[in-house]
Design a protein around this ligand. Structure first.
Ligand code: SF4
Length: 425
């Protein structure tokens, strides 16, 4: 990795001890990633090979949160399949055949594994290559796991993108090119593309792309800038294809965005004056907009339950840019390399990895934070105890990266606090 960093806190959390817990977890499975992945790759289709529970999860998560032409479905494994009485492969071939005949617009089909398909050991990788041959390569058919046994919430994006990495064409030159990795809302992607152009970074690709047929090429000239902190498997697969991973924080808030852009600027030898002039306007506007919410968040005590793996960069933003006090920052998995810059800039706090939900609830209730960031399942019980909560899933579904979104991100945290303050008045 090459490096750049945020303003480092002298006593940051780089080597801070971590409370590791391996008990009962309260977190979504990786199928959830389909909700934002299908919105991004508009010619791809996600076929979950799962149960009615999986279909229900997707329908309720996606149905409530988005309005779009569906590009996902569930092939339901029935009781006969689960009892091993039916040949699931025949059934899957039939469902895929019908789907592709009905939807000629699909260029890439993901077969997404679930708990049931995993339990009956349905080999979806084999099914994907068999079906690709049957379709004469007309449709790219890939597989990945979104099962709750193997993945949590945002890890579904990691397993999906990792499945795409072998499909990326090899770059024909070693000329430097930037690859921004991790799903970003189109509006955010457009803002970053404009900023990279102003910095003079010529070749910039985003992965995943908006069209699954327009895959970026990769090679020794590729510099990877992660836009999301939960893509360790994908990053590893890209590095194995010759790319270099840039060390950077995540583009949350003003400082986070500046340091993230600077990591790219340094890797592409952008002159400091050019960098300063490109970011000056947007950074200043963002700082002004952010100040409004800082007043609400300053000094507020915040507790993070582990959910999205965005917790450490979000905590860094809340503490360093909004003046909040951190009580505990939980994360499902801690990959110190991928969050190194944010950890170094995180004021001393209790870090925890994994979960033992009852114990963690006890700690939270004893501390009585002003704001608790948690999954949907914990929010109601905590609210019933008189605590204010923020659903972490909202932070994944909302555009929060970049200068123009810095104030919106702060507002997402400030809103529950403003609401209760108004009620008190
Ligand atoms: Fe539930 Fe597993 Fe299906 Fe996820 S994949 S909805 S955890 S059964």
């Amino acid at each position: 990795m090459t490096g750049t960093a945020l303003p480092v806190v002298e006593t940051g959390c780089t080597d801070a001890p971590v409370l590791k817990e391996r008990g009962q977890r309260e977190v979504f499975c990786g199928l959830t990633g389909i909700v934002w992945l299908h919105r991004k790759m508009q010619d791809a289709f996600f076929l979950v090979v799962g149960s009615r529970t999986c279909a229900h999860l997707l329908q309720s998560a996606a149905g409530v949160m988005i309005f779009a032409e569906p590009r996902f479905a569930t092939a339901i494994l029935g009781d006969r399949d689960l009892a091993g009485l039916a040949d699931c492969n025949d059934e899957l071939d039939r469902v895929v055949g019908e789907l592709l005949a009905r939807r000629p617009d699909i260029t890439t089909l993901f077969l997404v594994g679930s708990c049931p398909s995993e339990v009956i050991k349905l080999d979806l990788a084999k099914a994907a290559s068999r079906l690709s041959v049957a379709n004469h390569g007309r449709v790219r058919i890939l597989s990945y796991s979104g099962s709750g046994i193997e993945t949590t919430f945002t890890q579904g994006e990691d397993t999906c993108l990792k499945a795409l990495v072998p499909e990326l064409p090899t770059a024909t030159t070693n000329a430097p090119a930037l690859l921004v990795c991790g799903t970003l809302a189109d509006v955010v992607e457009d803002q970053f593309a404009r900023l990279f152009a102003e910095l003079g970074i010529g070749r910039v690709d985003f992965f995943p792309p908006r069209r699954a047929t327009a895959l970026p090429s990769i090679g020794p000239g590729t510099r990877i800038l992660l836009a999301q902190p939960f893509l360790n498997e994908t990053a590893r697969a890209l590095v194995a294809r010759g790319a270099t991973l840039l060390s950077a924080p995540y583009p949350l808030g003003v400082d986070g965005t500046t340091a993230w852009l600077r990591a790219a600027a340094d890797a592409f030898d952008v002159a400091p004056e050019r960098f300063a002039s490109a970011i000056a306007g947007p950074a200043q506007r963002a700082r002004t907009a952010l100040a409004r919410h800082r007043a609400t968040l300053e000094g507020r005590r915040v507790f993070f339950f582990p959910d999205s793996q965005l917790e450490i960069p979000l905590a860094r933003f809340l503490a360093a840019e909004c003046g909040a006090t951190l009580l505990e920052v939980g994360t499902p998995y801690l990959d110190r390399t991928l969050v190194a810059a944010d950890l170094a800039a995180l004021p001393p706090t209790q870090l925890s990895e994994g979960q033992d939900v009852e114990k963690q609830l006890d700690r939270c209730l004893a501390l009585r934070p002003d704001l608790t960031v948690c999954g949907l399942g914990l929010a109601n019980p905590l609210e019933a105890e008189g605590l204010r909560t923020k659903w972490s899933i909202e932070l994944v579904f909302s555009p929060i990266q970049g200068y123009d979104q810095a104030a919106d991100l702060a507002e997402l945290f400030a809103r529950p606090l403003n609401r209760i303050d108004r009620l008190r008045v």
